[in-house]
Design a protein around this ligand. Structure first.
Ligand code: MN3
Length: 224
């Protein structure tokens, strides 16, 4: 049995820290609206889309996203958008948790050096990709199993997840204006830079280790 709320009907997971925990990088009002309104709405709309499709009620959001062709066409776009929104935000809150290492360590640090040259070169690449991405979307650090587990920076539009492409994400940053507008207005690049101050590299390292070693529950659903 899956844990309650991790399959239909999906539930908004409580934010594991106070709204103000990430200040000044991310202000409390933004967190309150982002979690309690934006993320909550993705969960509500995902549930509404799945209501009349009991065959999908046993699937986690990750399982739904990994096999979108199995979702009836009538609700596929709704599931892609709102299931993606649910999965992306769930990951986002987890990697932002306060505390933890402020710089990458362990195997993740070694892999960042291997694939980008250094942690700083990786950060520059991630900020550049996020800044250049046009419109709303996400920027992710992913593991590419088809490239021997190489780390890559990818962006997606809207609430698209990387799961349909078989790319497990170590972490992602939200490029929608709702994630930063109250503090940063149009200055997305400043927000991307401030993000490093609240990213929990301990959580990212644990996630990377789980991806590498194929811990399915960490990845959300069956591995490919
Ligand atoms: Mn968002």
């Amino acid at each position: 049995m899956a844990e309650k709320g991790t399959t239909y009907p999906f539930e908004l997971p409580p934010l594991p820290y106070p709204f103000a925990a990430l200040e000044p990088a991310i202000d409390a009002r933004t967190m309150e609206l982002h979690h309690g309104r934006h993320h909550a709405t993705y969960v509500e709309k995902l549930n509404a889309a799945l209501k009349d499709h009991p065959a999908l009620h046993g699937k986690t959001v990750e399982q739904l996203l990994k096999d979108l062709p199995a979702v009836p066409e009538a609700v596929r776009t709704t599931v892609r958008n709102n299931g993606g929104g649910h999965a992306n935000h769930q990951l986002f809150w987890k990697v932002l948790k306060p505390g933890g290492a402020r710089e990458p360590g362990g195997e993740l640090a070694a892999a960042l050096a291997r694939d980008f040259g250094s942690a700083d070169a990786f950060k520059a690449r991630f900020e550049e990709a996020g800044t250049k991405h046009f419109g709303s979307g996400w920027v992710f650090l992913v593991v590419n199993p088809k490239a021997g587990g190489k780390l890559e920076v990818v962006t997606r539009s809207n609430q698209d997840s990387v799961l349909p492409d078989g790319l497990p994400a170590v972490f992602g940053n939200d490029l929608w204006e709702h994630a930063y507008y109250l503090t940063y207005q149009n200055r997305r690049a400043d927000y991307l830079k401030a993000f490093w101050g609240v990213l929990n590299w301990t959580a990212c390292g644990e996630r990377y280790d789980a991806i590498r070693t194929g811990h399915k529950e960490q990845l959300g659903g069956p591995a490919k």
